[in-house]
Design a protein around this ligand. Structure first.
Ligand code: IMP
Length: 188
């Protein structure tokens, strides 16, 4: 008999996502009226970045970084693709899908901070402080969540669900048993 699927909860529907994105875009545009370099973390932040940058009303350069764990379970990360844009003397905002342990955010804030930017800060769609290992200052936060695994709008489980239109919680045990357990969210 199939395991029962733990019901997902939609945290933000399409309208809710766009309201959050607009608020963040307004906050960024107000803070950095002289222009900005957005450095987005591949791959989860791509839908968020695409909407965010189009909702902003200031001069903006977009670039990307990709990270990989040093070794499974260590929590340490390394750059596997660097941004091509020079950030020296410029205001920089890192764009993340979710800040969880804070290890990725702390690494990038330190890495980009060493390149003599005018300033470097972080904008995340989701903040999940419950599992934080490294304290990080989050200047721009879309939504704070409890200790739930989150899928959709860029956030994945094993490469799935990035193209969901909504942001939803999912049960990791259910996903481990059946990675496609939440396909019904495509109709949400
Ligand atoms: P960190 O633990 O703060 O370094 O988060 C690293 C990365 O793990 C995030 O940028 C996400 O790509 C991924 N991640 C953490 N929590 C979740 C989640 O709930 N859903 C999907 N991806 C996650």
């Amino acid at each position: 008999m199939a395991e029962p699927v733990s019901a997902p909860a939609v945290l933000l529907d399409q309208d809710g996502i766009q309201q959050v994105v607009k608020r963040l875009a307004d906050e960024l545009s107000a803070r950095y009226d002289d222009g900005l370099v957005l450095v987005a973390v591949l791959r989860g932040s791509v839908p968020f970045l695409a909407d965010l940058v189009r909702a902003m009303s200031i001069r903006t350069t977009v670039d990307f970084v990709a990270l990989s764990p040093y070794a499974p379970g260590t929590g340490r990360v390394r750059l596997v693709m660097d941004a091509a844009t020079s950030v020296e003397g410029r205001d920089v905002v890192i764009v993340e899908d979710i800040v969880d342990t804070g290890l990725t955010a702390a690494f990038l804030l330190s890495e980009l901070g060493r390149r003599n930017p005018k300033s470097v800060s972080l904008c995340t769609l989701v903040d999940r402080p419950a599992r934080r290992i490294v304290p990080v200052d989050l200047d721009f936060v879309g939504l704070e969540v409890e200790d739930h695994f989150v899928i959709g709008y860029g956030l994945d489980f094993d490469g799935r669900y990035r193209n969901l239109q909504v942001l939803a919680t999912a049960d990791p045990a259910t996903l481990a048993n059946d990675p496609d357990a939440y396909l019904s969210l495509y109709g949400a």
